[in-house]
Design a protein around this ligand. Structure first.
Ligand SMILES: Cc1cc2nc3c(=O)[nH]c(=O)nc-3n(C[C@H](O)[C@H](O)[C@H](O)COP(=O)(O)OP(=O)(O)OC[C@H]3O[C@@H](n4cnc5c(N)ncnc54)[C@H](O)[C@@H]3O)c2cc1C
Length: 473
Protein backbone atom coordinates (compact mmCIF):
# COMPACT_ATOMS: atom_id res chain seq x y z
CA UNK A 1 0.00 0.00 0.00
CA UNK A 2 1.28 3.46 -0.84
CA UNK A 3 1.32 5.73 2.16
CA UNK A 4 -1.24 8.50 2.47
CA UNK A 5 1.65 10.83 1.73
CA UNK A 6 2.69 9.14 -1.53
CA UNK A 7 -0.91 9.02 -2.71
CA UNK A 8 -0.99 12.79 -2.30
CA UNK A 9 2.25 13.23 -4.23
CA UNK A 10 1.84 11.74 -7.71
CA UNK A 11 4.69 12.32 -10.11
CA UNK A 12 3.96 14.81 -12.86
CA UNK A 13 4.35 13.14 -16.24
CA UNK A 14 6.62 15.92 -17.51
CA UNK A 15 9.38 14.91 -15.15
CA UNK A 16 9.57 11.24 -15.91
CA UNK A 17 12.92 9.67 -15.20
CA UNK A 18 13.64 6.74 -17.53
CA UNK A 19 15.04 3.36 -16.60
CA UNK A 20 18.71 2.90 -17.39
CA UNK A 21 19.43 1.45 -20.83
CA UNK A 22 22.96 0.73 -21.96
CA UNK A 23 26.36 1.39 -20.45
CA UNK A 24 27.06 4.94 -19.35
CA UNK A 25 29.76 6.90 -17.60
CA UNK A 26 29.41 9.49 -14.80
CA UNK A 27 31.56 11.34 -12.32
CA UNK A 28 29.38 10.24 -9.42
CA UNK A 29 26.74 7.51 -9.30
CA UNK A 30 24.43 7.59 -6.28
CA UNK A 31 22.47 4.42 -5.56
CA UNK A 32 19.15 5.24 -3.86
CA UNK A 33 16.82 8.14 -4.58
CA UNK A 34 15.64 8.95 -1.06
CA UNK A 35 16.49 12.09 0.85
CA UNK A 36 20.04 10.93 1.51
CA UNK A 37 20.83 10.28 -2.16
CA UNK A 38 19.02 13.40 -3.35
CA UNK A 39 20.66 15.74 -0.81
CA UNK A 40 24.05 14.24 -1.67
CA UNK A 41 23.47 14.89 -5.37
CA UNK A 42 22.18 18.42 -4.78
CA UNK A 43 25.05 19.31 -2.44
CA UNK A 44 27.61 17.97 -4.90
CA UNK A 45 26.06 19.95 -7.72
CA UNK A 46 26.06 23.10 -5.63
CA UNK A 47 29.74 22.67 -4.76
CA UNK A 48 30.91 21.45 -8.19
CA UNK A 49 28.37 22.48 -10.87
CA UNK A 50 30.31 20.78 -13.65
CA UNK A 51 30.02 17.29 -12.12
CA UNK A 52 28.07 14.69 -14.09
CA UNK A 53 25.91 13.06 -11.43
CA UNK A 54 23.63 10.05 -11.86
CA UNK A 55 21.07 8.67 -9.41
CA UNK A 56 19.98 5.06 -9.80
CA UNK A 57 16.73 4.25 -7.97
CA UNK A 58 15.04 0.85 -7.89
CA UNK A 59 11.49 2.26 -7.83
CA UNK A 60 10.75 5.97 -7.93
CA UNK A 61 12.55 8.60 -5.88
CA UNK A 62 10.88 8.91 -2.51
CA UNK A 63 9.14 5.53 -2.59
CA UNK A 64 11.38 4.30 0.26
CA UNK A 65 11.26 5.61 3.82
CA UNK A 66 11.58 9.18 2.57
CA UNK A 67 8.09 9.22 1.08
CA UNK A 68 6.29 7.54 3.92
CA UNK A 69 7.74 8.69 7.22
CA UNK A 70 6.13 10.74 9.97
CA UNK A 71 7.51 13.98 8.57
CA UNK A 72 9.17 15.09 11.83
CA UNK A 73 12.12 17.33 11.04
CA UNK A 74 14.21 17.15 14.20
CA UNK A 75 17.65 18.07 15.40
CA UNK A 76 20.10 15.88 17.28
CA UNK A 77 19.94 17.87 20.51
CA UNK A 78 18.26 14.99 22.30
CA UNK A 79 20.98 12.67 20.93
CA UNK A 80 23.75 14.73 22.47
CA UNK A 81 24.68 11.93 24.88
CA UNK A 82 24.92 9.41 22.04
CA UNK A 83 27.04 11.77 19.93
CA UNK A 84 29.35 12.34 22.88
CA UNK A 85 30.03 8.60 23.18
CA UNK A 86 32.09 8.68 19.99
CA UNK A 87 32.83 12.39 19.47
CA UNK A 88 34.51 14.95 21.69
CA UNK A 89 32.08 17.17 23.59
CA UNK A 90 32.84 20.10 21.28
CA UNK A 91 32.23 17.94 18.22
CA UNK A 92 28.97 16.59 19.68
CA UNK A 93 27.79 20.17 20.25
CA UNK A 94 28.90 21.21 16.77
CA UNK A 95 27.03 18.33 15.13
CA UNK A 96 23.89 18.92 17.19
CA UNK A 97 24.02 22.61 16.27
CA UNK A 98 24.57 21.72 12.61
CA UNK A 99 21.58 19.37 12.68
CA UNK A 100 19.40 22.15 14.10
CA UNK A 101 20.72 24.50 11.42
CA UNK A 102 19.63 21.99 8.77
CA UNK A 103 16.01 22.64 9.72
CA UNK A 104 16.48 26.30 8.69
CA UNK A 105 18.45 25.32 5.61
CA UNK A 106 15.71 22.93 4.53
CA UNK A 107 13.08 25.64 4.91
CA UNK A 108 15.24 28.01 2.84
CA UNK A 109 15.94 25.41 0.16
CA UNK A 110 12.25 24.59 -0.19
CA UNK A 111 11.36 28.27 -0.46
CA UNK A 112 14.10 28.90 -3.04
CA UNK A 113 13.09 25.89 -5.17
CA UNK A 114 9.36 26.29 -4.85
CA UNK A 115 8.90 23.00 -2.99
CA UNK A 116 5.56 23.06 -1.23
CA UNK A 117 6.01 20.33 1.36
CA UNK A 118 3.76 21.88 4.00
CA UNK A 119 6.78 22.87 6.10
CA UNK A 120 5.53 23.94 9.53
CA UNK A 121 7.88 25.19 12.24
CA UNK A 122 5.73 24.54 15.30
CA UNK A 123 8.28 22.66 17.39
CA UNK A 124 8.52 19.23 18.94
CA UNK A 125 7.12 18.08 22.28
CA UNK A 126 9.05 15.32 24.02
CA UNK A 127 6.41 14.02 26.37
CA UNK A 128 5.68 11.42 29.03
CA UNK A 129 2.43 9.48 29.02
CA UNK A 130 3.05 7.60 32.26
CA UNK A 131 5.08 7.93 35.47
CA UNK A 132 7.81 5.59 34.25
CA UNK A 133 8.50 7.94 31.31
CA UNK A 134 8.42 11.10 33.37
CA UNK A 135 11.73 13.02 33.17
CA UNK A 136 13.24 10.85 30.39
CA UNK A 137 14.82 14.07 29.08
CA UNK A 138 16.34 15.20 32.38
CA UNK A 139 19.88 13.89 31.90
CA UNK A 140 20.10 15.36 28.37
CA UNK A 141 18.94 18.77 29.55
CA UNK A 142 21.40 18.72 32.44
CA UNK A 143 24.29 17.61 30.25
CA UNK A 144 23.54 20.37 27.73
CA UNK A 145 23.15 22.97 30.49
CA UNK A 146 26.68 22.16 31.66
CA UNK A 147 27.78 23.41 28.23
CA UNK A 148 25.51 26.47 28.25
CA UNK A 149 23.14 24.98 25.71
CA UNK A 150 19.42 25.24 26.37
CA UNK A 151 17.52 24.01 23.31
CA UNK A 152 14.52 22.73 25.32
CA UNK A 153 11.83 24.74 27.07
CA UNK A 154 10.50 23.22 30.27
CA UNK A 155 6.72 23.27 30.17
CA UNK A 156 4.34 22.86 33.10
CA UNK A 157 2.13 19.75 33.07
CA UNK A 158 -0.89 21.98 32.43
CA UNK A 159 0.80 23.58 29.44
CA UNK A 160 1.80 20.17 28.06
CA UNK A 161 -1.75 18.86 28.37
CA UNK A 162 -3.33 22.01 26.94
CA UNK A 163 -0.99 22.37 23.95
CA UNK A 164 -1.05 18.67 23.05
CA UNK A 165 -4.81 18.38 23.36
CA UNK A 166 -4.65 15.49 25.82
CA UNK A 167 -4.13 15.24 29.57
CA UNK A 168 -2.66 11.79 28.99
CA UNK A 169 0.56 13.76 28.49
CA UNK A 170 1.58 14.24 32.09
CA UNK A 171 4.82 16.15 31.48
CA UNK A 172 7.18 17.15 28.70
CA UNK A 173 9.74 19.52 27.28
CA UNK A 174 9.45 21.50 24.08
CA UNK A 175 12.09 22.01 21.41
CA UNK A 176 11.14 24.96 19.16
CA UNK A 177 13.62 23.87 16.45
CA UNK A 178 11.38 21.00 15.35
CA UNK A 179 9.23 21.19 12.24
CA UNK A 180 6.99 18.92 10.20
CA UNK A 181 6.71 18.33 6.46
CA UNK A 182 4.58 16.31 4.10
CA UNK A 183 7.45 13.88 3.50
CA UNK A 184 6.54 12.67 0.01
CA UNK A 185 6.13 16.22 -1.24
CA UNK A 186 9.61 16.94 0.10
CA UNK A 187 11.07 13.88 -1.65
CA UNK A 188 9.32 14.64 -4.94
CA UNK A 189 10.38 18.29 -4.65
CA UNK A 190 14.03 17.35 -4.16
CA UNK A 191 13.75 15.03 -7.14
CA UNK A 192 12.36 17.88 -9.27
CA UNK A 193 15.14 20.22 -8.08
CA UNK A 194 17.74 17.58 -8.93
CA UNK A 195 16.35 17.06 -12.45
CA UNK A 196 16.24 20.82 -12.99
CA UNK A 197 19.95 21.02 -12.13
CA UNK A 198 20.90 18.45 -14.71
CA UNK A 199 21.30 15.51 -12.36
CA UNK A 200 20.41 12.40 -14.36
CA UNK A 201 17.93 10.15 -12.57
CA UNK A 202 17.21 6.58 -13.64
CA UNK A 203 14.16 5.14 -11.91
CA UNK A 204 12.88 1.57 -11.97
CA UNK A 205 16.56 0.74 -12.09
CA UNK A 206 17.64 -1.56 -9.26
CA UNK A 207 21.35 -2.02 -8.70
CA UNK A 208 21.75 -5.79 -8.97
CA UNK A 209 25.48 -5.80 -8.39
CA UNK A 210 28.22 -3.46 -7.36
CA UNK A 211 31.35 -4.39 -9.29
CA UNK A 212 34.38 -3.42 -7.27
CA UNK A 213 36.47 -2.73 -10.36
CA UNK A 214 38.46 0.48 -10.70
CA UNK A 215 36.50 2.60 -11.33
CA UNK A 216 33.54 0.80 -9.77
CA UNK A 217 30.47 -0.19 -11.77
CA UNK A 218 26.82 -0.23 -10.77
CA UNK A 219 25.10 -3.05 -12.63
CA UNK A 220 21.34 -2.83 -13.28
CA UNK A 221 19.10 -5.01 -15.48
CA UNK A 222 19.19 -2.57 -18.41
CA UNK A 223 22.76 -1.38 -18.26
CA UNK A 224 25.69 -0.24 -16.14
CA UNK A 225 27.06 2.99 -14.75
CA UNK A 226 30.81 3.31 -14.51
CA UNK A 227 31.61 6.16 -12.15
CA UNK A 228 34.66 7.67 -10.47
CA UNK A 229 32.70 7.64 -7.23
CA UNK A 230 29.76 5.47 -6.17
CA UNK A 231 27.67 6.54 -3.19
CA UNK A 232 25.49 3.96 -1.45
CA UNK A 233 22.41 5.78 -0.09
CA UNK A 234 20.13 2.75 0.14
CA UNK A 235 18.94 2.94 3.74
CA UNK A 236 17.99 -0.53 5.09
CA UNK A 237 18.50 -2.10 1.65
CA UNK A 238 22.23 -1.40 1.98
CA UNK A 239 22.43 -4.45 4.25
CA UNK A 240 22.50 -6.51 1.04
CA UNK A 241 26.17 -5.48 0.81
CA UNK A 242 28.26 -7.88 2.93
CA UNK A 243 30.30 -5.08 4.56
CA UNK A 244 27.13 -3.43 5.87
CA UNK A 245 24.98 -6.48 6.56
CA UNK A 246 25.34 -6.39 10.35
CA UNK A 247 25.84 -2.67 10.87
CA UNK A 248 22.13 -1.94 11.36
CA UNK A 249 19.06 -3.76 12.57
CA UNK A 250 16.19 -3.55 10.11
CA UNK A 251 12.94 -3.06 12.00
CA UNK A 252 9.60 -1.64 10.98
CA UNK A 253 8.01 1.62 12.02
CA UNK A 254 4.25 1.61 11.48
CA UNK A 255 1.84 4.44 10.86
CA UNK A 256 -1.89 5.15 10.76
CA UNK A 257 -3.47 8.31 9.32
CA UNK A 258 -6.95 9.34 10.41
CA UNK A 259 -9.76 10.86 8.42
CA UNK A 260 -9.79 14.66 8.49
CA UNK A 261 -11.39 16.28 11.56
CA UNK A 262 -9.89 19.80 11.68
CA UNK A 263 -12.52 21.49 13.84
CA UNK A 264 -12.30 18.97 16.67
CA UNK A 265 -8.52 19.03 16.55
CA UNK A 266 -8.51 22.79 16.87
CA UNK A 267 -10.99 22.66 19.76
CA UNK A 268 -8.80 20.11 21.58
CA UNK A 269 -5.95 22.62 21.89
CA UNK A 270 -3.62 20.75 19.51
CA UNK A 271 -4.28 23.45 16.99
CA UNK A 272 -0.96 23.75 15.20
CA UNK A 273 1.67 21.52 13.62
CA UNK A 274 3.52 20.64 16.82
CA UNK A 275 5.05 17.17 16.57
CA UNK A 276 4.90 14.92 19.64
CA UNK A 277 6.87 11.84 20.74
CA UNK A 278 6.35 9.97 23.97
CA UNK A 279 9.25 8.50 25.92
CA UNK A 280 8.67 4.78 25.40
CA UNK A 281 11.53 2.54 24.37
CA UNK A 282 9.37 1.61 21.39
CA UNK A 283 8.42 5.17 20.71
CA UNK A 284 5.01 6.54 19.70
CA UNK A 285 5.17 9.67 17.53
CA UNK A 286 2.32 11.80 16.21
CA UNK A 287 1.55 15.00 14.40
CA UNK A 288 -1.27 16.81 12.71
CA UNK A 289 -1.52 17.57 8.99
CA UNK A 290 -2.55 20.77 7.27
CA UNK A 291 -5.87 19.25 6.22
CA UNK A 292 -6.66 18.24 9.80
CA UNK A 293 -5.65 14.59 10.20
CA UNK A 294 -3.56 12.95 12.86
CA UNK A 295 -0.71 10.80 11.60
CA UNK A 296 0.29 8.47 14.42
CA UNK A 297 3.27 6.15 14.29
CA UNK A 298 4.79 3.49 16.50
CA UNK A 299 8.42 2.42 16.32
CA UNK A 300 9.89 -0.91 17.26
CA UNK A 301 7.68 -3.05 15.02
CA UNK A 302 8.54 -6.30 13.29
CA UNK A 303 12.08 -7.47 12.67
CA UNK A 304 13.35 -8.90 9.44
CA UNK A 305 15.29 -12.15 9.39
CA UNK A 306 18.88 -11.59 8.25
CA UNK A 307 17.96 -7.95 7.54
CA UNK A 308 16.12 -8.92 4.36
CA UNK A 309 13.90 -6.02 3.43
CA UNK A 310 11.06 -8.00 1.90
CA UNK A 311 7.72 -6.89 0.52
CA UNK A 312 6.25 -6.84 4.01
CA UNK A 313 8.03 -3.51 4.51
CA UNK A 314 6.27 -1.98 1.50
CA UNK A 315 2.75 -3.04 2.38
CA UNK A 316 -0.09 -2.03 4.66
CA UNK A 317 1.03 -2.47 8.23
CA UNK A 318 0.02 -5.65 10.05
CA UNK A 319 0.10 -3.48 13.21
CA UNK A 320 -2.70 -1.09 12.23
CA UNK A 321 -5.00 -2.10 15.11
CA UNK A 322 -2.15 -1.95 17.64
CA UNK A 323 -1.04 1.52 16.45
CA UNK A 324 -4.62 2.81 16.36
CA UNK A 325 -4.96 1.44 19.90
CA UNK A 326 -1.99 3.57 21.05
CA UNK A 327 -3.60 6.59 19.39
CA UNK A 328 -6.90 6.02 21.18
CA UNK A 329 -5.15 5.57 24.49
CA UNK A 330 -3.48 8.97 24.20
CA UNK A 331 -6.52 10.61 22.60
CA UNK A 332 -9.61 8.78 23.92
CA UNK A 333 -11.74 11.74 22.78
CA UNK A 334 -10.87 10.85 19.15
CA UNK A 335 -11.66 7.14 19.42
CA UNK A 336 -14.54 7.52 16.96
CA UNK A 337 -12.39 9.16 14.25
CA UNK A 338 -11.88 6.74 11.37
CA UNK A 339 -8.50 5.49 10.17
CA UNK A 340 -8.12 6.44 6.49
CA UNK A 341 -4.91 4.58 5.72
CA UNK A 342 -2.01 2.75 7.29
CA UNK A 343 1.42 1.67 6.16
CA UNK A 344 4.84 0.56 7.26
CA UNK A 345 8.47 1.07 6.35
CA UNK A 346 11.97 -0.06 7.27
CA UNK A 347 14.16 1.63 9.87
CA UNK A 348 17.95 1.20 9.61
CA UNK A 349 18.73 1.18 13.30
CA UNK A 350 22.40 1.48 14.17
CA UNK A 351 23.90 0.55 17.51
CA UNK A 352 24.46 4.19 18.42
CA UNK A 353 21.07 5.33 17.12
CA UNK A 354 22.95 7.72 14.82
CA UNK A 355 24.02 7.47 11.18
CA UNK A 356 27.52 6.56 10.11
CA UNK A 357 29.42 7.25 6.91
CA UNK A 358 32.50 5.77 5.40
CA UNK A 359 34.45 4.20 2.57
CA UNK A 360 33.32 0.69 1.69
CA UNK A 361 36.16 -1.73 2.30
CA UNK A 362 38.40 1.31 2.80
CA UNK A 363 37.98 2.38 -0.82
CA UNK A 364 37.85 6.12 -1.43
CA UNK A 365 35.71 5.58 -4.56
CA UNK A 366 32.82 3.68 -2.89
CA UNK A 367 31.11 5.62 -0.11
CA UNK A 368 28.12 4.93 2.06
CA UNK A 369 25.86 6.53 4.62
CA UNK A 370 23.13 4.86 6.62
CA UNK A 371 21.85 4.21 10.13
CA UNK A 372 19.58 7.25 10.46
CA UNK A 373 17.64 5.09 12.92
CA UNK A 374 14.21 6.67 12.52
CA UNK A 375 15.43 10.26 12.53
CA UNK A 376 16.48 11.00 8.99
CA UNK A 377 14.23 13.70 7.61
CA UNK A 378 16.42 16.55 8.87
CA UNK A 379 19.72 14.66 9.37
CA UNK A 380 19.88 13.29 5.80
CA UNK A 381 20.56 16.86 4.71
CA UNK A 382 23.61 16.84 6.96
CA UNK A 383 24.41 13.36 5.65
CA UNK A 384 24.40 14.80 2.13
CA UNK A 385 27.10 17.28 3.17
CA UNK A 386 29.22 14.49 4.64
CA UNK A 387 28.87 12.26 1.58
CA UNK A 388 29.52 15.16 -0.80
CA UNK A 389 32.75 16.00 1.04
CA UNK A 390 33.81 12.36 0.98
CA UNK A 391 33.06 12.12 -2.74
CA UNK A 392 35.04 15.29 -3.45
CA UNK A 393 37.87 14.02 -1.24
CA UNK A 394 37.69 17.33 0.58
CA UNK A 395 39.32 17.55 3.99
CA UNK A 396 36.77 19.57 5.90
CA UNK A 397 34.45 19.61 8.91
CA UNK A 398 32.15 17.10 7.19
CA UNK A 399 34.55 14.50 5.85
CA UNK A 400 36.45 14.56 9.13
CA UNK A 401 33.46 14.72 11.46
CA UNK A 402 32.81 12.11 14.12
CA UNK A 403 30.11 10.41 12.04
CA UNK A 404 32.69 9.22 9.52
CA UNK A 405 33.89 6.13 11.23
CA UNK A 406 36.22 3.34 10.32
CA UNK A 407 34.33 0.80 12.37
CA UNK A 408 30.81 0.77 13.72
CA UNK A 409 29.28 -1.76 16.08
CA UNK A 410 27.90 -4.98 14.62
CA UNK A 411 24.65 -6.69 15.56
CA UNK A 412 24.80 -10.42 16.39
CA UNK A 413 24.71 -13.01 13.63
CA UNK A 414 21.56 -14.93 12.71
CA UNK A 415 19.72 -16.70 14.11
CA UNK A 416 20.79 -15.03 17.38
CA UNK A 417 19.81 -11.57 16.23
CA UNK A 418 16.30 -12.55 15.22
CA UNK A 419 15.58 -14.85 18.17
CA UNK A 420 17.18 -12.52 20.72
CA UNK A 421 15.64 -9.44 19.15
CA UNK A 422 12.15 -10.94 19.12
CA UNK A 423 12.42 -11.98 22.78
CA UNK A 424 13.78 -8.64 23.91
CA UNK A 425 11.21 -6.65 21.96
CA UNK A 426 8.44 -8.77 23.47
CA UNK A 427 9.76 -8.08 26.97
CA UNK A 428 10.06 -4.35 26.25
CA UNK A 429 6.49 -4.28 24.97
CA UNK A 430 5.26 -6.08 28.08
CA UNK A 431 7.11 -3.61 30.34
CA UNK A 432 5.53 -0.69 28.53
CA UNK A 433 2.04 -2.13 28.90
CA UNK A 434 2.71 -2.55 32.62
CA UNK A 435 4.14 0.99 32.84
CA UNK A 436 0.89 2.28 31.35
CA UNK A 437 -1.01 0.41 34.04
CA UNK A 438 1.28 1.71 36.80
CA UNK A 439 2.48 -1.85 37.51
CA UNK A 440 5.99 -3.21 37.92
CA UNK A 441 7.34 -5.89 35.59
CA UNK A 442 8.49 -9.20 37.01
CA UNK A 443 12.10 -10.23 37.34
CA UNK A 444 12.12 -12.48 34.26
CA UNK A 445 10.63 -9.82 31.99
CA UNK A 446 13.15 -7.30 33.22
CA UNK A 447 16.01 -9.73 32.85
CA UNK A 448 15.06 -10.49 29.22
CA UNK A 449 14.60 -6.80 28.39
CA UNK A 450 18.02 -6.09 29.86
CA UNK A 451 19.60 -8.63 27.54
CA UNK A 452 19.33 -6.04 24.77
CA UNK A 453 22.77 -5.04 23.62
CA UNK A 454 22.96 -1.24 23.49
CA UNK A 455 20.95 -0.19 20.49
CA UNK A 456 19.06 -3.43 19.87
CA UNK A 457 15.95 -1.45 20.64
CA UNK A 458 15.68 2.31 20.92
CA UNK A 459 16.54 3.19 24.51
CA UNK A 460 14.04 4.85 26.73
CA UNK A 461 14.22 8.58 26.32
CA UNK A 462 17.53 9.89 25.24
CA UNK A 463 19.75 9.39 28.21
CA UNK A 464 22.92 11.41 28.05
CA UNK A 465 24.84 8.34 29.15
CA UNK A 466 23.33 5.91 26.67
CA UNK A 467 23.04 5.51 22.94
CA UNK A 468 20.02 7.28 21.65
CA UNK A 469 17.48 6.26 19.06
CA UNK A 470 15.39 8.15 16.61
CA UNK A 471 12.26 9.94 17.67
CA UNK A 472 10.41 7.68 15.29
CA UNK A 473 12.23 4.43 15.14
C1 LIG B 1 7.28 4.66 8.97
C2 LIG B 1 8.47 5.54 9.14
C3 LIG B 1 8.35 6.73 9.85
C4 LIG B 1 9.45 7.57 10.00
N1 LIG B 1 9.26 8.79 10.58
C5 LIG B 1 10.29 9.68 10.61
C6 LIG B 1 10.08 11.00 11.06
O1 LIG B 1 8.96 11.41 11.38
N2 LIG B 1 11.15 11.82 11.13
C7 LIG B 1 12.40 11.41 10.77
O2 LIG B 1 13.34 12.18 10.87
N3 LIG B 1 12.61 10.18 10.26
C8 LIG B 1 11.58 9.32 10.16
N4 LIG B 1 11.77 8.09 9.60
C9 LIG B 1 13.10 7.77 9.05
C10 LIG B 1 13.34 8.49 7.72
O3 LIG B 1 12.26 8.31 6.87
C11 LIG B 1 14.61 7.92 7.09
O4 LIG B 1 15.68 8.02 8.01
C12 LIG B 1 15.02 8.65 5.81
O5 LIG B 1 13.95 8.74 4.92
C13 LIG B 1 16.19 7.91 5.21
O6 LIG B 1 16.45 8.41 3.92
P1 LIG B 1 17.27 7.51 2.93
O7 LIG B 1 17.45 8.26 1.68
O8 LIG B 1 18.48 7.02 3.64
O9 LIG B 1 16.38 6.24 2.74
P2 LIG B 1 15.14 5.89 1.67
O10 LIG B 1 14.26 7.03 1.54
O11 LIG B 1 14.62 4.61 2.12
O12 LIG B 1 15.97 5.78 0.35
C14 LIG B 1 16.69 4.64 -0.02
C15 LIG B 1 16.34 4.39 -1.46
O13 LIG B 1 17.18 3.36 -1.98
C16 LIG B 1 16.42 2.66 -2.94
N5 LIG B 1 17.06 1.37 -3.19
C17 LIG B 1 17.13 0.31 -2.35
N6 LIG B 1 17.80 -0.70 -2.92
C18 LIG B 1 18.18 -0.26 -4.15
C19 LIG B 1 18.90 -0.86 -5.22
N7 LIG B 1 19.35 -2.11 -5.14
N8 LIG B 1 19.10 -0.12 -6.32
C20 LIG B 1 18.63 1.15 -6.44
N9 LIG B 1 17.94 1.76 -5.45
C21 LIG B 1 17.73 1.06 -4.31
C22 LIG B 1 15.06 2.54 -2.28
O14 LIG B 1 14.04 2.24 -3.22
C23 LIG B 1 14.91 3.91 -1.64
O15 LIG B 1 14.21 4.82 -2.48
C24 LIG B 1 10.71 7.20 9.46
C25 LIG B 1 10.84 6.01 8.76
C26 LIG B 1 9.74 5.19 8.60
C27 LIG B 1 9.88 3.91 7.83
Amino acid sequence: MLSQWLNEAPLASEDEAPALKGDIRADVCIVGGGYCGLWTALTLKQREPSLDIVIVEKNRCGDGASGRNGGFVLSWWRSFGALATFCSTDEAIRLAEASAHCVDEMANFCAAHDIDCEFRRDGWLWAATNRAQDGAWRSVIEALARHQRHPFEEWSPDQVAARSGSDKHISGVFEPTGATVQPAHLARGLRRAALAQGIRIFENTPMRRLKRTRPPRVVAPGGTVRADKVVIAMNAWATALPELSRSVLVISSDVVATETFPERLKASGWADGMAISDSRSLVNYYRTTLDGRVVFGAGGGFLSYANRVGRKFDAATPRAAEVAGYFHKVYPAFADVGIASHWTGPIDRSLSGLPFFGRLGGRADILYGLGFSGNGVGPTMLGGKVLASLALEARDEWSECGLVRHSVGQFPREPMRYIGGTLVMGAKRRIETLDDQGRKPGLITRAIANLAPAGLVPVKGYNADQPSGGANG
